[in-house]
Design a protein around this ligand. Structure first.
Ligand code: SAH
Length: 397
């Protein structure tokens, strides 16, 4: 039997932990003198040694581990993981059944009881992402559990830890059938090319599914659409399919050009009728302003942090400025789709950024829609801080 280490929860944090908070925050605990190894099973206890929860130790930017169980006798083994994966998959039954969507999240970390681990479905293939060395020590158990719980065509994985912010080049294939990439998945009837074995990202951010649908169905017909930080151009594809007169995709990554062409192509859209710019978004804003360009719809979906040779950008600090730049080239009564995945601030704060930017630009605005994570990206009850995605669709007046 494996040694279970005890960690004392500080009095101030006991209530939060007993209420179901799943993350073990560094500041919430007193660490024992003998260091705890990544992947060790821990019991969280109060000052009297009273049991609170079982978790694992795994350092992540957010904390030092996650709660896995609140039953003292529950063993963390293949059976445990099988049950979690099965329960998670059952909650996505409508996604498995959907005919026009073949990519979705099956298990969303702490929202499905296993913080630090996510499992995505791509047309029969499973992509497992590991967010700490600690959770990765359960690798063999989790793969055995995944194959027991679900009918897997093939499995791929991404290691999202220990990389100093850099993605470690590796073969992401784990087992089963090897995919032929690009794999074409469907989302609400749109096609997207994904590659499960090509660097840190797959080609599509599944958490924006509902926003892409909204853009296609309600905001694109006969509109000019600017998609900034466009990556593979998924929003541009949605806009073009929704009847946009033109789309302009801007991203500074060189490979975004080929990737965006590919996304248009797999949807039967002539990419030559669309604009794809490989450049810094902020340079594009100046260019557009100089040329008096105005767009009916502007999509803003920047990374939380970005660094180029000339500048650094952080959504927490610079979003109001980004919005002002966007407002400057948005047509009267135009639409801005403002998005951020920065977990360090909430929807209220995000809306205050929008308010600030519009005031500074002397523009009125009306919020038409707001989105957070879609239902397959489940988050823990009562803890909105884990719902990192914030999208506001506003009309400029
Ligand atoms: N909106 C995209 C995802 C954006 S990912 C989607 O829904 O698919 C963030 C992208 O921003 C990356 O492709 C990165 O290359 C790009 N990026 C980061 N800083 C940038 C900058 N200053 N100008 C243009 N693109 C930038």
């Amino acid at each position: 039997m494996e040694l279970i280490r005890e960690i004392y929860v500080k009095p101030k944090f006991i209530k939060q932990m007993t209420n179901g908070f799943p993350l073990i925050l560094k500041e919430a605990v007193d660490m024992p003198e003998v260091p705890i190894e990544e992947g060790a099973i821990v019991h969280l206890v109060d000052a009297h040694g009273g049991y609170i929860a079982t978790g694992y130790y795994g350092e992540q930017n957010k904390g030092i581990g996650w709660v896995l169980s609140r039953k003292q006798k529950e063993v963390i083994d293949v059976r445990f993981f099988t049950k979690k994966i099965r329960e998670a998959a059952e909650k996505r039954a409508n996604f498995y059944d959907a005919e026009d969507t073949t990519a979705f999240r099956v298990l969303n970390g702490e929202g499905d009881g296993i913080g630090g681990l996510t499992i995505d479905y791509f047309d029969g293939f499973y992509m497992v992402s590991w967010y700490s060395e600690g959770i990765y020590t359960f690798r063999e158990m989790v793969y055995e559990a995944l194959n027991k719980a679900l009918d897997t065509r093939g499995i791929y994985e991404k290691l999202r830890f220990n990389t100093n912010g850099q993605y470690v080049e590796q073969d992401d294939y784990v087992s089963g059938e090897k995919g032929e990439f690009p794999l074409i998945i469907q989302e609400n009837g749109m096609n997207f090319a994904v590659d499960l074995n090509d660097g840190a990202m797959t080609g599509i951010f599944l958490d924006q599914r509902n926003v892409r649908k909204a853009l296609r169905d309600h905001y694109s017909m006969d509109k000019t659409v600017l998609n900034t930080f466009s990556y593979t151009g998924a929003f541009s594809v949605a806009a073009a399919l929704g009847g946009a007169t033109s789309t302009t995709s801007v991203d500074l990554a060189k490979r975004s050009l080929a990737k965006t062409i590919e996304q248009f192509a797999v949807n039967g859209i002539d990419y030559e009728s669309q604009y794809i710019k490989v450049m810094n978004v902020f340079d594009y804003f100046s260019y557009a302003a100089r040329h008096h360009l105005k767009f009916d719809v502007v999509v803003l979906d920047p990374p939380s942090f970005a660094r180029t040779k000339k500048m650094t950008f952080s959504t927490a600090k610079d979003y109001p400025k980004l919005l002002q730049d966007a407002l400057n080239i948005t047509a009267d009564n135009g639409i801005i789709i403002a998005s951020t995945n920065n977990a360090s601030f909430d929807m209220k704060k995000f809306k205050s950024f929008i308010d600030k930017a519009c005031k500074q630009a002397s523009k009125g605005y009306k919020i038409l829609e707001q989105h957070q994570l879609p239902e397959d990206f489940r988050t823990p009850h009562n803890f909105p801080e884990f719902n990192y995605l914030k999208v506001v669709i506003l009309q400029v007046q």
